[in-house]
Structures are given as C-alpha cells and as structure tokens.
Design a protein around this ligand. Structure first.
Ligand SMILES: [Zn+2]
Ligand SMILES: [Zn+2]
Length: 332
C-alpha cells in the first residue's frame, strides 16, 4: 500500500509509493565517469590562473600559494546591489526593484574538485567563507533574506563544472520563508518548543532515518522526504541563522557535509544535486522557534504534472530505505 506522509516542518504532503519497488542503487547515474575533468581548463573563469576572466573579487581566503576560496559577483545576476528598494503598486499588482546581491563562491582553485573529494579542512574553508559573506550581506538594510545554495550538475541547474556555490540576498521575505516561519510559530505557540528541535529529538530516538552523526550535527532523511535520498543536516544546538555557527561547529559541519556528499558520490555515482542552507529572515534573527539547517536534494527523479498540479510529491523509495542505503556506504 502506498502511504501519505506529512512533513510537520513544511506541511508538505508526500506520497510514499511503496508499490514501485526499486532498489536504491538503481538510482545511480549510469553514464558518468567519476572524475572526468582536468585540473585546469583554459576558458573556465573560476580556475586558478584565470582570475582576469571574472569581475572584481569581493572576498578571498588566501595562503602563501594563492587563494583557497574566492567570491565574485554572479555574471548574470538575478539581483543587483545598487539602487533603492522601491515598491510599486499598480491596480491589484505589486512590484519591487530587484535590489539585492547575487554572488558566486568559487570553492576550490582546482577544476576537478567537488566537496565529496575535498579534505575536511578545505570544506571548512568554504563554510567559513559562506559565514563571512552571510554576516557581511546581512548588514545591508535593504536585505530581508539570504539564501546559500549549490547547483551541482546539469540536472540541478548548472553547466559550470568548477566547484562553486551561490549566495543570493533578496529585498523581500520569500513566501516559502514566511510559510515556514508561520508553521514554526504555530508549533511553538502550541507546545512551547522549536519544531526543529522536536524533530531532531524524535529522529535521534527513532534512529531509523539517521544517515550520519557528528558532535554538533545530525544528518537524516526526513520522515516525509520529498524525493529519494533527500537529506537534512540539523545543528544540535538551537540557532536561527547560519551565521551564528561557531568555529568548532564549522569544522564539524565540514566533516558531516563532506561525509554525506561522499556517500552520495560513491553510492549514486556522482549524482546531480542541490543543497541550500536555510535560515530565518535577517530581521528575525535569534528567535526561539526557527532553527537553521542544510537541505540536500539529489536530482535522481523527475517532478512532473502531479507535483505541478498539487504541490505534493511522489517519493519512490521509503525514507527509511534511503537512509539505510546511505548509512551503509563506507567513505574514508
Ligand atoms: Zn575551472
Ligand atoms: Zn531548535
């Protein structure tokens, strides 16, 4: 029997389609060489040595050899950092100038790298740069929300192979942020607890959907995962936005994130994936009810008419099975 499950954090419903039995490893990418890229590509704007191919540098982490992580403006920005936030209302319609920021974090000088293959200390460098930019961008009074995200592979929305992430900051609170906050506030009003802290406690008690635990972070497949291998990484310590992360926690998240991505890389043969780091809107920092987290979505199944027409998802692997598969993959 298929089953419907609801995610109590997002309120999304998902169909867990148990009847379409597929083994988890059938989702592995069939056609891809694991490391098919060269270390350096002459026309890649992000490779070390090609710095003049990008616009001005916004920030960089350097050592005696050169930069380790570098931040540059997005060449095709969705939001631009100049101008005022001007709201316009015409009849029933409203619009706003697209002020904000849209940056690219070049995560490694080498073209053939990906987080799954990096040293933990290199991943920590990347996370430190995310935190630096988050802290910097939030000082802009025009900004309401900051989204850190990665598109890996064409199925996840990028044709650029060089390891990179993006940071976008918007002059409004996106509707999805608002809906999640409202649900979190409702839960807090009803129970006096953070819904994320409650979920984490439940998942740790149950243990069936845990993928990987470190001192400060827990990776697990949500009870109502939207798609195969959909994974969340929660900080154990309650905090509402990513820039509250401590140095120790950065080192620990680097280990956790790299391990989860290495499990996906090995178990599913370097699948396309997206991840994002979700925080509370910048003005609402340090709330009792919202908890920042990382969400990872491997793009191993397609969404189609049912999802578009209902906002519901169909997941063809039972979340407990996704978790068991990932948990059992041994990575160095
Ligand atoms: Zn490159
Ligand atoms: Zn919490």
């Amino acid at each position: 029997m298929p089953e419907l499950r609801q995610n109590i954090i997002t309120r999304d419903w998902v169909v867990i389609a148990r009847e379409r039995v597929r083994r988890p490893d059938e989702f592995a990418t069939q056609t891809r060489e694991l490391i098919a890229h060269p270390r350096y590509v002459a026309d890649c704007p992000f490779c070390a040595g090609n710095e003049e191919q990008t616009e001005r540098e916004l920030y960089a982490l350097r050592d005696t050899v050169g930069w380790r992580v570098r931040v540059v403006p997005n060449k095709y920005p969705a939001l631009i950092p100049t101008g005022d936030r001007v709201r316009k209302i015409e009849g029933i319609y409203r619009s706003l100038t697209a002020v904000g920021t849209h940056e690219v974090v070049v995560e490694h000088p080498r073209h053939d790298m990906t987080i799954a293959l990096m040293q933990v200390s290199e991943v920590a460098d990347v996370l430190q740069v995310y935190r630096q930019r988050y802290g910097h961008i939030r000082q802009d009074p025009r900004i309401e929300a900051i989204i850190i995200f990665k598109n890996h592979g064409e199925g996840a929305g990028t044709s650029l192979q060089h390891p990179h992430a993006q940071i976008a900051a918007t002059p409004i609170v996106p509707n999805q942020f608002r809906m999640r906050m409202e649900e979190a506030i409702r839960y807090f009003d009803d129970t006096g607890e953070c819904v994320f802290c409650s979920t984490l406690r439940e998942e740790l008690d149950d243990a069936e959907r845990i993928v990987f635990e470190t001192k400060h972070f827990v990776a697990f497949v949500p009870y109502a995962a939207l798609s195969p291998f959909h994974t969340w990484i929660f900080p154990r310590r309650h905090a509402s936005s990513f820039d509250e992360i401590s140095n120790q926690e950065i080192d620990d998240l680097a280990l956790n994130l790299r391990t989860v991505l290495a499990k996906l890389f090995k178990g599913l043969n370097n699948p396309d994936f997206n991840y994002s780091i979700r925080s509370i809107p910048t003005r609402d920092a340090r709330s009792e009810y919202f908890h920042w987290y990382v969400t990872i979505i491997p793009r191993v199944s397609k969404t189609a008419g049912f999802e578009l027409g209902s906002g519901m998802y169909i997941n063809t692997i039972v979340p407990e099975e996704s978790a068991r598969f990932l948990r059992d993959i041994v990575v160095p």
